[in-house]
Design a binder for this molecule. Structure first.
Ligand code: NDP
Length: 283
């Protein structure tokens, strides 16, 4: 039987409808939600992502400002731009588009963003608070992936969840979120032995690897919920880390690529930005 589709397009539109109401409520209080994106260099994928973020801001009535800085920007210039946005009360969210050119110190730059304006949820304070299960800004991609599972009513408590990938921006925070939902979580990576043995146990399988169609049907348990975070380009076409057609014959739920987690990432960025503005009003 074909799996139910976890449709990021539909779910992100629903989230945007709710956000429009919240943005309008802030406007009534005289607050225009502001997001500053800092883009260094001319990486084509980053240009596309930033363009999508700008369009989402336009749809929602969020004032977006993109600082486009040249590829040879110095660390000092990048940090000065971050500090300026930190000090600007009309800016509620700051995002430094990753990856940065190699000569720049990414960790140092991200650590300068005020944690309350860190709408990507990458600041050490936010990741530390997530680790402790405290209120924090949660990274957009894992937040969006979890939203999809919960919105579909997929039970998580006591379930076997396997996350393939342990990056700081997807795999690790995803595992922590599933742990908070009382799933029993296994994190796999490139040194994991017998990967398929782990993935075949998963009631919830999250693939965040960056390898096209890496998760094949024989690695998936019958009836599993499969979340495909991967975005890969093969022969000019986008595909995920999951071999979609065969796996969707076996899974009970699956996210498509495109139209899955990617859409949710942007929606969650908007949600984090609006929430940052709401908190700033209350502060
Ligand atoms: P990283 O490259 O930072 O991490 C990849 C992870 O996969 C690593 O932990 C790595 O293990 C693991 N891995 C690599 N090869 C294997 C293997 N053969 N077996 C098991 N594990 C393996 O990638 P990201 O986490 O940043 O991104 C993952 C994917 O998600 C990419 O396709 C990216 O484009 C996509 N992405 C999508 C987003 C969205 O909005 N949908 C947002 C962000 C990312 P190790 O740690 O041992 O190297």
């Amino acid at each position: 039987m074909m799996a139910n589709l976890l449709d990021g397009k539909v779910m992100s539109q629903e989230i945007e409808e709710g956000l429009k109401v919240r943005v309008a409520a802030l406007k009534e209080q005289g607050v225009e939600v502001g997001l500053t994106v800092i883009l260094v260099g001319d990486d084509p994928a980053s240009q596309t992502y930033v363009g999508n973020k700008e369009k989402a801001c336009q749809r929602l009535g969020i004032a977006s400002r993109t600082l486009r800085m040249p590829a040879d920007t110095t660390q000092e210039a990048l940090e000065a731009a971050i500090m300026e946005a930190n000090a600007d009360p009309s800016v509620h969210g700051i995002l430094v588009q990753l990856p940065l050119p190699r000569h720049l110190d990414e960790a140092h730059a991200l650590a300068l963003i005020l944690p309350e304006k860190d709408v990507d949820g990458f600041h050490d304070v936010n990741t530390g608070r997530l680790c402790r299960g405290q209120d924090c800004v949660v990274a957009c991609t894992p937040k969006g992936a979890l939203y999809m599972l919960k919105q579909a009513g997929i039970p998580l408590e006591g379930k076997e969840a396997v996350v393939v990938g342990r990056s700081n921006i997807v795999g690790k925070p995803m595992a922590l979120l599933l742990l908070q939902e009382n799933a029993t979580v296994t994190v796999c990576h490139s040194r994991t032995k017998d990967l398929a043995e782990h993935t075949r146990r998963a009631d919830i399988l999250v693939a965040a690897i960056g390898k096209p169609r890496f998760i094949t049907a024989d690695m998936v348990k019958e009836g599993a919920a499969v979340v495909d975070v991967g975005i890969n380009r093969v022969d000019g076409k986008l595909c995920g880390d999951v071999d979609f057609e065969p796996v969707s014959q076996k899974a009970s739920y699956i996210t498509p690529v495109p139209g899955g987690v990617g859409k949710m990432t942007i929606a969650m960025l908007m949600d984090n930005t609006v929430a940052a503005a709401e908190k700033a009003v209350l502060a």
